[in-house]
Design a binder for this molecule. Structure first.
Ligand code: AMP
Length: 416
């Protein structure tokens, strides 16, 4: 038997109802904040990710699904969405004109990571990207939007971690100080020994317990922010406070991608174990130029949908839909039921029936499995009297309903 690829899951019903609910809520909130959907290819040129995410990151160095196409061009299954969104924005000129350009996208990402709980090789993100404005008000608004989505999904046990990574000038000074600190330390992992030379910021993102221990005394970027970046960050924090958002400043938060500047943030959820980040994001003011575009300040975030669904209460979004089962005995009753079936669906009532001529008992079992709220029982006698027996499955109570009123009655109850 052929099996699914390691780290790539099948999402099955009824679990998919919860996914649909999460996505529906996110779409609604995006709409309220003025975002519109963009849909992008899953494949891009490898160069796009190498140039944007950064050659020294784990993602580009170890985790990309890259392969040559039939002409030998190197393509990559997207490991994240921001680079693709920006590529499309620049290519299609969506950055033109005044004001903030707001886009969101949903879909799968691919990273060759070691699979474990909350970490998959194909995982799903809900992405938010806003372009064209550097004002700290936009940073605050984007964070409020993220928290709004999580709150509507009834995710309560979360912490918002936030930092500022400064602008390139702040980063040059900070990297020099951090590099100096790291040179004097023994025992960094192999990756970090290399990174302290090439890109010391990346060392802050190392998962090794030993490296984390060494970093406890490392300099923090907060002390290297230029006056503009410091003021920008102070304003973001003041706005969050104003809106009653609890945040924790994390002076060593850098995130796993190189393109961030100024505000960077993460939302972690309790109850997720090691992989506890449900969402992360930040500003990436320099990325457009990095990709050959104009100066284009930008900020965004990604919610990890897989992890989000693991922490959300299981009973939410299960979709206790109004469903009707038609149990029919005998050829004429089955014909009648088949007609009623379509009539009910036309009136927005989810309906199902047995198509294989089973016994009444077997049909009642099917009705249960279907999750029917009501089962309509039709036999020769019901056709004669023109009245069907309607059974409310939960209580087992029954009522007689004229066949001609059946659809109207059930459609009205479905709307209640
Ligand atoms: P990133 O794109 O690395 O900033 O990640 C944003 C969010 O995506 C994280 O907070 C996670 O919730 C989720 N995420 C990242 N990598 C994975 C993965 N391999 N499996 C599941 N979720 C992931």
């Amino acid at each position: 038997m052929i099996k699914a690829i390691r780290g790539m899951r099948d999402l099955l019903p009824p679990e998919t109802s919860r996914w649909q609910w999460v996505e529906q809520v996110a779409r609604e909130v995006f709409g309220l904040y003025g975002y519109r959907e963009i849909r992008l290819p899953l494949l891009e040129r490898t160069e796009l990710f190498a140039r944007s995410i950064g050659a020294d990151t784990d993602i580009v160095g170890k985790e990309m699904y890259s392969f040559p196409d039939r002409k030998g061009d190197s393509l990559t299954l997207r490991p994240e969405a921001t680079a693709s969104v920006l590529r499309a924005v620049l290519e299609k000129g969506l950055d033109k004109g005044a004001g903030v350009k707001k886009l969101y996208t949903l879909g799968p990402m691919f990273r060759y990571e070691r699979p474990q709980k909350g970490r998959y090789r194909q995982f799903y993100q809900i992405n938010c990207e806003a372009f064209g404005v550097d004002a700290p008000e936009l940073d605050a608004e984007v964070i409020l939007l993220l928290l709004d989505i999580l709150a509507r999904l009834k995710l309560s046990e979360t912490r918002l971690l936030i930092n500022s990574l400064g602008c390139p000038e702040c980063q040059v000074k900070f990297k020099a100080a951090l590099g100096l600190f790291l040179i004097s330390r023994e025992g960094l992992c192999e990756d970090c020994q290399r990174r302290r030379e090439t890109n010391p910021l990346r060392v802050l993102d190392c998962k090794s317990v030993h490296c984390k221990e060494i970093l406890k005394d490392a300099p923090v970027i907060r002390d290297y922010l230029c006056p503009d970046c410091a003021a920008h960050f102070a304003r973001v924090l003041a706005l969050l406070k104003h809106f009653g958002v609890a945040y924790e400043e994390q002076p060593r938060l850098v995130r796993g991608l190189d393109y961030y500047s100024r505000t960077a943030f993460e939302v972690v959820a309790t109850g997720l174990g090691a992989q506890d980040a449900v969402a992360g994001g930040g500003r990436y003011n320099g990325l457009s130029q990095e990709l050959g575009g104009p100066i284009l300040p930008a900020i965004g975030f990604a919610i990890g949908e897989d992890r989000l669904l693991e922490v959300l209460p299981r009973d939410l979004g299960q979709g206790n839909e109004f469903k009707v089962f038609l149990a029919a005995l005998g050829e004429p009753a089955r014909d009648k039921a088949f007609g009623l079936l379509q009539e009910l669906r036309r009136c927005n009532v989810a309906a199902e029936m047995d198509l294989e001529g089973r016994s009444l008992k077997a049909q009642m079992t099917l009705a249960d499995r279907f999750g029917a709220l009501y089962t309509v029982i039709l036999g020769d006698r019901e056709l004669e009297t023109g009245e069907a027996m309607v059974r409310r499955m939960a209580e087992g109570s029954q009522e007689r309903v004229a066949l001609q009123d059946l659809t109207t009655l059930l459609a009205a109850r479905a709307r209640e």
